[in-house]
Design a protein around this ligand. Structure first.
Ligand code: NAP
Length: 244
């Protein structure tokens, strides 16, 4: 099931990330693709219609909405890849400002984008990238897990509000070897002296399938979540059989 001949907005498109991987595929399949991120610059992805917006604020979303309407008229599919844990923290040292920031980036942005969808779509689909942190206790990323668990609840609930015109689903990956994660592992390896390969394999030991997940591996699942007419309010699991 592939997405073709659609108007698509992809949010959170960073170099070597999940958003970029799906963008590259969708461009080849004859879709009109718009992309956005917080600090998007024209030279990040030359030749692609891009816009810089803060999707955690109503003002940022209004600007994005106006831009998308001007560029495309209407949107068929939104793929939301905004998010991140921002930092590791001792659970007992999470302060309200940090917690609020993580919630805004991972949950508020998804809520505002979903509301925006009702203004730029008559029918179509929204796919949010969730995380296996929504289901498991990764204690140093507690705020992130709470935000993503909130996103799961939000997706399930909003399916009832948006149906039958708009479907809303999520794709929930485990650790993905994005460029950003590879840079972080390299830094950690230099700091600790633990080889990069060992740090990488530690990331997959809890998965039954023992496979280093790459951003492009999620493309099929994202397309299925967007295109199947049979499903809304569901989270597709890309945890490689992770044992919770
Ligand atoms: N990588 C993983 O292992 C993994 C695993 C499970 C789930 N996920 C989820 O998958 C999604 C994509 O992850 P990724 O690792 O590919 O991400 P990434 O490379 O870190 O990119 C995150 C994107 O979010 C954008 N962003 C952050 N704050 C924003 C804001 N206020 N308004 C608009 N955009 C904002 C960033 O913009 P700028 O680039 O302009 O800063 C960036 O494009 C996220 O939701 C993440 O939580 C990732």
């Amino acid at each position: 099931m592939i997405i073709e001949n659609k108007n698509i907005l992809i949010t959170g498109v960073a170099l070597g990330g999940i958003g970029e991987a799906i963008m590259n595929k969708l461009i080849k399949q004859n879709n009109q693709v718009l992309i956005t991120s917080l600090k998007m610059s024209g030279d990040r992805f030359p030749g692609i219609k891009s816009f810089s917006s803060d999707c955690t604020t109503e003002k940022g979303i209004d600007r994005l909405n106006e831009w998308a309407k001007t560029e495309c008229g209407s949107i068929d599919i939104i793929i939301n890849a905004i998010g991140g844990s921002l930092a590791s923290k001792n659970p007992l040292e999470i302060n309200p400002a940090f917690f609020d920031r993580v919630i805004k980036v991972n949950l508020t942005s998804a809520i505002l984008l979903t509301q925006m969808a009702t203004k730029v779509m008559t029918t179509g689909a929204i796919v949010h990238i969730v995380s296996s942190s929504a289901y498991e206790a990764s204690l140093d990323k507690l705020s992130y897990g709470v935000a993503k668990a909130g996103l799961v609840y939000y997706i399930r609930s909003m399916a009832q509000v948006l149906a039958p015109q708009i479907r809303i689903n999520g794709v929930s990956p485990t650790y993905v070897f994005t460029d950003r994660h590879n840079r972080e592992l390299k830094k950690k390896s230099e700091k600790t002296g633990v080889p990069f390969e060992d740090l990488s394999s530690q990331r997959i030991t809890k998965q039954l399938l023992q496979y280093p997940l790459l951003p492009e591996d999620l493309n099929e699942m994202i397309e299925f979540a967007a295109m199947t007419p049979l499903m809304t309010g569901k989270i597709l699991d890309a945890s490689l059989g992770r044992i919770f």
